[in-house]
Design a protein around this ligand. Structure first.
Ligand code: PRP
Length: 216
């Protein structure tokens, strides 16, 4: 029986580009492109199996070994901080993790005595970012529409991803500081790299070649 490689794909903004890269590698993604309500999909050869999961769950599936490979944003990987092999920066899904707020928050940041309240989907990243500069903050964990935080007075600033900058602009907010750049990464389960190493390395070589061809 052949070793099936299971790939966890993040649903949402990264899915389309991840599928396009896999197709460039000659992998049949017809089921993944039209999954209906199915959550486990296969390619025509049976060599690959795909699971479509929430972006923040990709590291969990790969770390547990349920999936051998995962494709997720660097933001999610940093937040989850699992012991995975980050094999490849895929270069798409580029955006920035930023601190943002109202324009006058930049001045208030220097003089505020009480803890600033930071709304974010990324509490772990926020905790370490502010701790590294010796600032104590109150974290307000939100699951979406984080920009609402300062607008309704729930938070003084936010830590969130900025892609086009449109959401900030349309809500009167500005980038106060950049935390780090973000893009999609291919990650591999540590045990899988040993037990299915040949197949995984071959796939990674194909993905790398497909990306290089795109850039050429
Ligand atoms: C993300 C992010 C920002 C927005 C940034 O939210 O949290 O809200 O996109 O993109 P922009 O700079 O191009 O405007 P997402 O669309 O994932 O939805 P969410 O707010 O429900 O998390």
């Amino acid at each position: 029986m052949q070793d099936v490689i299971t790939i966890a794909l993040a649903k949402g903004r990264l899915a389309e580009k991840a599928i396009a890269v896999l197709e460039k590698c000659g992998i049949d993604c017809s089921q993944v492109k039209d999954p209906g309500r199915r959550l486990v999909l296969r390619d025509e050869t049976g060599a690959y199996q795909f699971i479509l999961v929430k972006p923040s769950d990709v590291p969990t599936y790969v770390d547990s070994g349920v999936a051998d490979i995962g494709i997720a944003g660097k933001d999610t990987l940093m937040e989850e901080n699992r012991p995975l092999y980050e094999m490849l920066d895929l270069g798409f899904g580029r955006c920035r993790l930023c601190i943002a707020g109202f324009p006058d928050a930049a001045q208030r940041r220097g003089i505020t005595v009480a803890n600033r309240r930071v709304a974010t989907k990324y509490p772990n990243i926020a905790r370490s970012f502010y701790a590294a500069r010796g600032e104590t903050i109150d974290i307000i964990k939100l699951n979406g529409s984080v920009e609402l935080g300062p607008i309704v007075g729930l938070a003084d600033e936010i830590l969130d991803i900025v892609e086009s900058g449109k959401t900030l602009k349309e809500n009167g907010l500005v980038v106060l500081e950049e935390v780090c750049p973000v893009s999609a990464h291919l990650v591999v389960n540590r045990v899988s790299l040993k037990t299915k190493g040949n197949k995984i390395k071959a796939l990674i070589a194909q993905v790398r070649a497909a990306l290089e061809e795109e850039q050429a």
